[in-house]
Design a binder for this molecule. Structure first.
Ligand code: SF4
Ligand code: SF4
Length: 352
């Protein structure tokens, strides 16, 4: 068991029954989280520091929501870094999402939320276009790629592992983007449709960490029931004995995605995959459960593209010191960092 220190909790910050009420904790605490927030640090804006987001939540809840308040509470990537030193146990990622929902319900819908709401109303989904699909006979496993990801690499890995799988070319959206923008009714409807498409699958393998988080943590709270959720990296690590790769000892710089590592606790599996590929793995000081954000989480790039790019630039500079190509396991983080996705790397090294 790890011991809590002044900078790290022994266990992740918990969820709260009333997510908005935790905002009042911030006014009374010594704010040890202040140096941890990547958004406040990269943008230089104190207004988006965790305690100021909580202050905005208190004001919105007590005096009514406005668009500036909605934008302030949505200036959070959901990275969870502020939870590490937070002795009172505030879950800013949860609080920010709940505040976005409260603001949207009161009519203060973020501009990105209006765009997504329009697209869902006209096309039925936030996603544009279709991707490759597969429907192997007898498959009880569904591969869910998620909006930012292409399933091709994962499908190649399933084929090489000899494992039957279903993957819908017209994959329904899990609702994560709508949920992150405060559109709870739309998110619930999208989640219900995605769950119906998963049907009687025994498990769903999810390539995008934010979709896995949505299914695992938010679907139950929305009353949506789906099969057990396994991240694609966990599946790949478990399938390694059935796969053979052409080894490549070249170094890689590993970026642990916040949602995967800190949020879902998947830390060792990607490193096992990289070891199976023969790669020399270089990690920055901020890695694993204490990783640093790429700026791509919780729809933050849709809320503040400049702020998201500023966060990504800090992380890119940190990773550049490792002098190796960056690999990660999240399509959104890969895009922000100019990195290669781990599934694509593994598929490219399959022994034919
Ligand atoms: S997030 Fe936690 S550590 Fe930071 S101000 Fe709020 S209660 Fe204090
Ligand atoms: S979850 Fe991350 S981005 Fe959001 S307030 Fe906390 S440290 Fe900042």
């Amino acid at each position: 068991m790890s011991l809590p220190t002044i900078t790290q909790r022994a266990t992740p910050v918990p969820r709260h029954d009333e997510p908005l009420t935790q905002a009042s904790l911030c006014s009374l605490c010594p704010k040890l989280c202040r140096p941890t927030c990547p958004v406040a640090a990269a943008t230089g804006r104190e207004a988006v520091a965790p305690w100021r987001i909580s202050d905005a939540v208190v004001r919105g809840t007590s005096s009514g929501w406005s668009l500036p308040l909605a934008e302030q509470v949505a200036s959070c990537t959901g990275c969870g870094a502020c939870g590490e030193p937070c002795l009172p146990g505030t879950n800013l990622a949860e609080e920010s999402r709940a505040a976005r929902a409260a603001a949207a319900a009161a009519g203060a819908v973020l501009p990105a939320g209006l765009a997504i709401r329009d697209r869902v109303a006209t096309t039925g989904s936030p996603r544009r276009g279709t991707r490759p699909g597969r429907d192997d006979a007898g498959a009880t496993t569904v591969l869910f790629a998620g909006c930012p990801a292409d399933p091709s690499a994962a499908l190649a890995l399933f084929e090489a592992a000899g494992e039957p799988v279903r993957c819908a070319a017209d994959e329904a959206c899990c609702g994560a983007v709508a949920f992150d923008l405060g559109l709870v009714p739309e998110a619930a409807a999208l989640a219900a449709r995605a769950a119906a498409q998963l049907g009687d699958a025994e498990r769903v393998i999810v390539a995008t960490p934010s979709c896995a988080r949505m299914m695992r943590e938010e679907w139950p709270l929305l009353g949506v029931v789906g099969p057990p959720v396994v991240t694609a990296v966990e599946w790949l690590a478990s399938a390694l004995p059935r796969l053979s790769f052409v080894p490549d000892p070249a170094p890689v710089a590993w970026h642990a995605p916040c949602t995967l590592a800190r949020g879902l606790g998947v830390v060792d599996e990607p490193l096992r995959v990289l070891a199976a590929l023969g790669r020399e793995v270089r990690e920055p000081l901020a890695t694993g459960r204490t990783t640093r954000c790429s700026g791509a989480g919780a729809a933050y790039p849709m809320v503040d593209a400049n702020g998201a790019e500023a966060v990504a630039a800090v992380r890119r500079a940190e990773l550049a010191t490792l002098a190796a190509p960056v690999v990660t396991a999240c399509a959104s983080a890969a895009k922000a960092l100019g990195a290669t996705d781990l599934l694509a790397l593994a598929a490219s090294r399959l022994a034919r």
